[in-house]
Design a protein around this ligand. Structure first.
Ligand code: PGA
Length: 595
């Protein structure tokens, strides 16, 4: 037993006043991910002023109808033929599930308006959709956002008629980084005054004008970022709840070749297809895009995290979310700093008065924190103003506490770090152990071998497996983790591929039993299925190759927080909203007695 109670009075460490940093205020350029995966894909074909004859239209309709009839699980499909073909289109696709829509509708309802077609006319014919605000109408017919808004209102006034509002920036606007400003304005103005009850009758087509009919398709990542901007604007007009349900399509040179990767983006819910919708085979293939998450063929989905706190940690580590205080805590190891943020107020750091390098922070049952320092295991009270030494860490050779997490039985599992390793990857020998301690600080060594740099320690929901990596080996193992006794049945679950530099660092489990690993050196956090070793999600930390650890947080545990190291270019805290309803697990609290 190594409790240093006698030292408590003399070593009580008072913190200096907190230092604040500003929370980022600008949301432009950042990426926000929706956790609602339930939107049904919507693929639309905009025929524009094509084909030239009714006979060609018949042929196209017949082919398309027969293709869609044989599809196993078609998405929602709508075609927008020119007005004179609407009737025949409705007849040709009857029974296929394909809906038909009008490419435009009039601002007028009836009367002396030669050449116009009213919403009531197309609706009474049997059309389910209308297209509003296509860039060709905005450019060639001077349709402003105000006109588009009136047309949207005209559509929604027709019982059961749905509307796709098109938005998108010009190439100049794109080059000037005005994308978010422009599409946000177009969405907000185009939908002004729309009743939230009509949200399910609206879809947005994001079509960068520079991509329409040009063959220049936006990259999936560009499309995703734009769709996030659209959804943000939607939530301003319709509220967050409705914004989650509205489908956002991508349009602009969509082809069978580009559709899969576009549709793999979490906020791309469909496509508005021009040129390729005039070739039945192409349009059919687009409708049969490779469904997101399809095993084997689906590449991992890529997400970009954004900077949440510009904390400039030399070595950010060990993020935990406390549900007790709704606060994220993390340490900057070598500076001996503790950071905290409730995601609302300005984040702040407890300035270094610990006098020790910090390896981990953990929450304590009953409140307060446990800190794993190089020279001492420390306890902090609820207000985090005072630190007291609880115990000395188990020092074997030249090591210090590194990565660690509380297991699901409330004990701390802490790995050590070979201090020689700081000097270089080949310095020193394997001298670090993995230890567990409960309230009495009886250190139990868990592995029957030593290693260099402990990492990846985390536990799935049932607590009966532990993951572990010795970072320089670039391998992650799973062990059976009994309630008492040593972990056993070591099995390799993942090896970092050679084209990714660095190694596996901190990790966390999600509620689905997947393991999220910060790949320090490779600029990403990956989600690994421990059963297969497959990666299905990649979260990038742009500009920062050195993510060090991650955890889930926020009131709903649906955001991933990522700590990073400063060298060569990092040190900030990143966050990424989780797609597909992914959530973390509550962080267990260390069950040690208070002080
Ligand atoms: P495109 O047209 O697919 O031919 O680029 C898209 C659109 O204008 O809706």
């Amino acid at each position: 037993m190594q409790i240093l109670v006698a030292l408590l009075a003399s070593t009580a460490l008072a913190f200096a006043p907190r230092a604040t940093v500003r929370a980022p205020t600008s949301r432009l350029g950042s990426v926000w991910y929706d956790a609602q995966p339930q939107r049904r894909a919507l693929i639309a074909g905009n025929w524009k002023l094509n084909p030239s004859t009714a006979q060609d239209a018949d042929a196209l309709l017949a082919l398309l109808a027969s293709n869609v009839r044989t599809m196993a699980a078609p998405p929602e499909i709508v075609i927008f033929p020119p007005m004179p073909y609407l009737q025949k289109a409705l007849e040709a696709v009857d029974g296929t599930g394909i809906a038909v829509g009008a490419q435009d509708i009039s601002l007028e309802e009836s009367g002396a308006f030669t050449g116009e077609v009213a919403a009531s006319m197309v609706r009474s014919l049997g059309c389910d959709w209308a297209l509003v605000g296509h860039s060709e109408r905005r450019t060639h017919y001077d349709e402003t956002d105000e006109i588009c808004n009136k047309k949207v209102q005209k559509c929604l006034a027709q019982d059961g008629l749905k509307v796709i509002l098109c938005v998108g920036e010009t190439e100049d606007e794109f080059e000037s980084e005005l994308l978010e400003t422009i599409v946000s304005l177009q969405v907000r103005k185009g939908l002004a005054g729309v009743d939230v009850a009509d949200a399910d009758r609206i879809a947005i087509a994001y079509e960068p004008i520079w991509a329409i009919g040009t063959g220049k398709v936006a990259t999936p990542e560009q499309a995703q970022a734009a769709h996030v901007a659209v959804r943000r604007a939607l939530s301003e007009v319709l509220g967050a709840e409705a914004a989650r349900r509205v489908r956002v399509q991508y349009g602009g040179s969509v082809t069978p070749e580009s559709v899969d990767r576009l549709m793999a983006q979490p906020d791309v819910d469909g496509a508005l297809v021009g040129g390729a919708s005039l070739v039945a085979e192409k349009f059919s293939r687009i409708c049969e895009f490779s469904a997101p998450g399809t095993p084997e063929t689906a590449p991992p989905r890529e997400i970009t995290a954004r900077v949440a706190v510009a904390c400039q940690n030399a070595l950010g580590e060990s993020p935990i979310w406390s549900q007790r205080t709704n606060t994220l805590y993390w340490v900057s190891a070598v500076e001996g700093e503790l950071w905290r943020w409730n995601c609302e107020d300005a984040p702040y750091k407890i300035v270094p008065r610990f006098g020790t390098t910090l390896g981990f922070v953990a929450a304590r049952a009953g409140g307060g924190l446990l800190l794993g320092g190089e020279d001492a295991i420390l306890s902090l009270d609820e207000t985090a103003r005072e630190a007291i030494v609880l115990a000395a860490p188990p020092m074997e050779g030249d090591t210090r506490p590194n990565d660690g997490r509380v297991d699901r039985d409330g004990r701390m599992v802490m790995g050590m770090y070979n201090n020689y390793h700081r000097a270089g990857a080949s310095q020193g020998e394997d001298n670090s152990g993995l230890y567990r301690f409960g309230a009495d600080f009886e250190y139990e060594e868990l592995l029957d071998y030593k290693f260099r740099v402990s990492n990846c320690c985390c536990f799935p929901a049932d607590g009966r497996t532990v993951y572990f990596a010795d970072t320089p080996t670039r391998k992650i193992y799973a062990f059976d983790y009994p309630k008492s006794g040593k972990p056993s049945n070591r099995r390799l679950i993942w090896t970092q591929p050679p084209h990714w530099p660095g190694g596996p660092d901190g990790a966390q489990c999600d509620a689905e039993g997947m393991i999220w690993v910060a790949l320090n050196g490779a600029g990403r956090v990956v989600r690994i299925d421990p059963a297969t070793g497959a990666i299905d999600l990649v979260v990038h930390t742009p500009g920062c190759p050195t993510p060090t650890s991650c955890t889930f947080g926020g009131p709903d545990l649906d955001e991933l927080f990522i700590t990073t190291a400063a060298r060569p270019a990092g040190g900030k805290l990143f966050r990424a909203k989780m797609p597909f309803g992914i959530k973390g697990l509550p962080e267990p609290e260390w069950q040690g007695a208070n002080n």
